[in-house]
Write a protein that binds this ligand. Structure first.
Ligand SMILES: [Zn+2]
Length: 344
């Protein structure tokens, strides 16, 4: 059978990732080593055993699976390893720019000083920039289950730290239990401090949660936003205001937001003029990769190579980089020669 040349194009194409949780990127061997070092109960001995933990059926099982593994990041050196390996994997996917989300509060609660955590991550990011030419910035994760007071305090601390690695904050967690309106205070502080804002919305809940993220929290980007498709007026608003959606096909499929990839509204959004981007969310847990997500979109929706490239470029337009840096990054998004790609 002839090899589809578009698949080669997708592999080589420079990409951008804006919806990637550091804790969902732990490489299998690293996960096993950390769990065994920490004497975790029933720690897996093989990758096959680890994958059984990730074989979840629903959202609550998924949250449990994520914690079972990521709770074993307990030292600064673990963070360095996980972050460095995440960046190495992004380079393999030909990702040129990424904004990764990190659950900083988790590490502060373990007794690690905020400035040390950010310094370790920054060192890994700078090393990857030199080694792979990949540029990365961080979006600080705000966990809904922590409540407004704790998330507001974290925002105040990161505003005080004022570190160039941190470009914004992102709210995630169960939107059915903790609605957007509970975080108005936190997001007002972030806005005041000049931090960019993204919110997970329209995943478990319908379009109202996206409206609330925009109107109550002044979100500048929506993570997922899949169910915005249920509201024509909202889709028009997303187009008019050019509010980006960071979409994750496999994640939505695995967590039953859609029943099949072909039923995902990604292509509808794209053809309506919504600024959509493709992302992996938690690639190790969902067993996917950024190249894999582009292949999935290509096979399900028949995008042309030009359209796939436009989706990648949308990632730069949707990024939290300053205007000037965006222009510079767009220039670095030209496809690279196959020979260069094979060196990676
Ligand atoms: Zn997410």
């Amino acid at each position: 059978m002839l090899k589809d040349k578009t698949l080669d194009f997708i592999a080589r194409m420079p990409k951008v990732e804006l919806h990637l949780h550091l804790e969902g990127t732990i490489q299998p061997t690293t996960a096993i080593e950390l769990m065994r070092r920490n004497c975790a109960k029933n720690a897996p001995r093989t990758v096959e055993e680890l994958l059984k933990i990730y074989d979840f059926q629903d959202l609550s099982h998924f949250v449990r699976a994520m914690k079972i593994v990521s709770n074993h990041i307990t030292r600064l050196e673990d963070l360095d390893r996980v972050c460095s390996e995440m960046l190495e994997e992004c380079a393999r996917q030909n990702t040129r720019y990424l904004e990764f989300d990190c659950a900083l509060q988790k590490y502060i609660d373990l007794g690690m000083p905020l400035s040390d955590v950010v310094a370790v991550l920054d060192r890994a990011v700078q090393a990857a920039e030199v080694r792979y030419g990949i540029l990365a910035r961080m979006v600080v994760n705000l966990q809904r289950s922590h409540g407004d007071e704790k998330t507001a305090n974290l925002v105040k601390e990161i505003a005080r730290l004022n570190h160039p690695l941190i470009v914004g904050v992102g709210l995630s967690g169960d939107e059915t239990q903790y609605p957007q309106k509970e975080f108005i205070n936190t997001f007002a502080i972030a806005r005041e401090a000049g931090l960019r804002r993204t919110v997970h919305a329209g995943e478990a809940l319908g379009s109202q949660s996206v409206w609330d993220a925009l109107e109550l929290l002044h979100a500048q980007r929506i993570d997922h936003g899949t169910r915005a498709i249920e509201d024509e007026r909202l889709v028009r608003h997303l187009v008019d205001a050019q509010i980006p959606l960071t979409q994750c096909l496999t994640s939505n499929l695995r967590l039953n937001v859609v029943s099949a990839v072909k039923r995902h509204p990604f292509a509808l959004f794209f053809h309506s003029g919504v600024l959509v981007t493709l992302n992996t969310d938690d690639p190790q847990i969902f067993q996917t990769s950024l190249t894999g997500e582009y292949e999935l979109a290509y096979r399900a929706f028949g995008f042309s190579e030009q359209e796939l490239q436009r989706i990648a470029h949308n990632g730069i337009k949707a990024s939290f980089l300053p205007e000037e840096a965006r222009g510079h990054m767009l220039q670095r998004m030209e496809p690279i020669a196959l020979a260069d790609c094979e060196k990676n």
